[in-house]
Design a binder for this molecule. Structure first.
Ligand code: MN
Length: 378
C-alpha cells in the first residue's frame, strides 16, 4: 500500500505523465480515439475518434481532443465545417478576427473558404465534434502553422481579464472567486492551478481549506471533499518541488452563551441587514428542520470561524453558487448580502467576469441579469 502511494505521488509530481494521459485525467462525453502522431497540420498532440459510421447518411463527424496549447494550422474548408465544443476550454479564430473562447455546448459555423484555426486553451484540455458539411464536395486546404506568438496573442484574453480585475478585486479575492467557482462546479482539472494560484496570492493553507470547508454548505460534502483532496495533492506536489506553504493560524475558539441557533440567527441578521424577527421564508415554515440547520450549521458553525471575513465568505458563496448553476434565487439573496456588506456592484460584476472566463457565459449570464435587476431596484 505504501509503495502504491509513493508511486502515485511520483506520477503526480511529474506533471508531464499525468498530462499525457487524457484517458484518465480529461473527462469528456465521447471517446478519445487514436493519437494523430506527427501530423504536420497540428502543433502539439491531438486525438481523433470518428463518431458516425454510416457513410450513406452523409454526415461525417469526429471527436477531436487537443492537449493544452495544441491547435491546428491555419486552414479553410471548401464547403464549410461545424464545430460543437464538448469538453474543456478551447479557441476558434478566423484570420483577422479576435479569437472566440469556447466552452462545452458552444457551436461554431464556419463558412466555405474562411481561413481559421481551432484548438485548446494554453492551460486546458479541449474537445470538440467536427462535422464535415457538404461532404461530397468538401476538402480542407491546409496553410501555415499558427505560430507561438499568434497563438499567445489570440489566447491572452483570459490573462488580460485578470489584469483588468486587479484594480477592482484584490489578488486574494480573485483567488477566492476562482477556487470557489471551480469547487462549486466540481471542475478539479482547473481547480488545481486555481488552488496553487491562491497559495501564490499569499493565502495560508488553513484559509484556503476554510473556503473549501465553507463550500460544503452550498455544494455538498462530495464536492467539498473532492476539492480538499485536490488541495492535498497540490500542497504535496509543491512540497516535492521544495515549496513549503504556510499552514497559518487556527480558528479562534468561540465563547458564547447563546444557543447555536440564536448565534446563527444573529449573524444572518447582521450580514443581511434584516431584523431577527423578520417573517420566516416559505421554506422555513414548510420544512422547519432545514431552517434550523441553516442557522446552526451554516450561519453559526461556519460563519463564526474567523479565518475568513464575512465579506470573503459571501464572495466565496456567490462564486460557489455560480459554479453550481441553476440556483438563481440563492444567488439573488447572497448578491444582496454582498452589497449590504459593502461589496460593490462593480466588484460583483468583476467576479462574474472571472466566472465567465473560467466557466463560460452559460454560467455567468443568468447571474449578470439578476445582478442588474438588484442594482436597478436599489
Ligand atoms: Mn476547421
Amino acid at each position: 500500500m505504501k509503495s502504491f502511494a509513493i508511486t502515485v505521488l511520483l506520477l503526480l509530481s511529474t506533471g508531464a505523465i499525468a498530462q499525457n494521459n487524457p484517458e484518465t485525467t480529461f473527462r469528456q462525453p465521447y471517446p478519445l480515439g487514436e493519437k494523430l502522431s506527427s501530423n504536420p497540420n497540428f502543433t502539439g498532440e491531438a486525438w481523433l475518434a470518428p463518431l458516425s459510421e454510416q457513410k450513406e447518411l452523409n454526415v461525417p463527424m469526429s471527436n477531436v481532443t487537443f492537449e493544452p496549447g495544441c491547435r491546428n494550422s491555419w486552414h479553410s474548408h471548401k464547403a464549410g465545417q461545424i464545430l460543437i465544443a464538448t469538453a474543456g476550454i478551447g479557441y476558434y479564430q478566423e484570420k483577422g478576427q479576435p479569437a472566440r473562447r469556447l466552452f462545452p455546448g458552444d457551436i461554431v459555423e464556419i463558412a466555405p473558404d474562411v481561413v481559421h484555426w481551432h484548438g485548446a486553451a494554453p492551460d486546458s484540455w479541449f474537445a470538440h465534434i467536427a462535422i464535415t458539411t457538404n461532404p461530397k464536395v468538401n476538402v480542407a486546404v491546409w496553410l501555415d502553422p499558427v505560430s507561438d506568438s499568434q497563438y499567445q496573442e489570440a489566447t491572452a484574453e483570459a490573462e488580460n481579464r485578470y489584469t483588468e480585475a486587479n484594480s477592482i478585486l484584490t489578488a486574494r479575492e480573485q483567488a477566492i472567486v476562482a477556487v470557489a467557482s471551480y469547487t462549486g462546479k466540481g471542475d478539479l482539472e482547473h481547480l488545481k492551478p486555481a488552488l496553487a494560484g491562491a497559495l501564490e496570492a499569499g493565502m495560508t493553507i488553513n484559509e484556503i481549506n476554510e473556503v473549501l470547508i465553507h463550500a460544503y454548505a452550498y455544494c455538498g460534502f462530495p464536492r467539498s471533499l473532492r476539492a480538499i483532496q485536490t488541495f492535498m495533492q497540490v500542497v504535496d506536489e509543491r512540497k516535492a518541488n521544495g515549496i513549503n506553504d504556510v499552514v497559518g493560524r487556527e480558528v479562534t475558539e468561540i465563547n458564547d452563551n447563546r444557543t447555536r441557533y440564536e448565534r446563527g440567527r444573529d449573524i444572518l441578521a447582521e450580514i443581511s441587514g434584516t431584523s431577527v424577527d423578520a417573517p420566516k421564508a416559505g421554506y422555513a415554515i414548510f420544512a422547519p428542520a432545514i431552517e434550523r440547520f441553516l442557522k446552526e450549521h451554516l450561519f453559526a458553525d461556519l460563519f463564526e470561524r474567523d479565518l475568513l471575513t464575512y465579506r470573503e465568505r459571501e464572495l466565496a458563496t456567490v462564486s460557489i453558487l455560480a459554479g453550481v448553476g441553476g440556483v438563481e434565487p440563492m444567488f439573488r439573496s447572497h448578491a444582496a448580502i454582498c452589497l449590504h456588506l459593502g461589496i460593490t456592484a462593480e466588484q460583483l460584476s468583476t467576479l462574474l467576469n472571472i466566472v465567465e472566463m473560467n466557466l463560460g457565459t452559460s454560467y455567468s449570464e443568468p447571474l449578470r441579469n439578476i445582478l442588474e435587476q438588484i442594482v436597478k431596484q436599489k
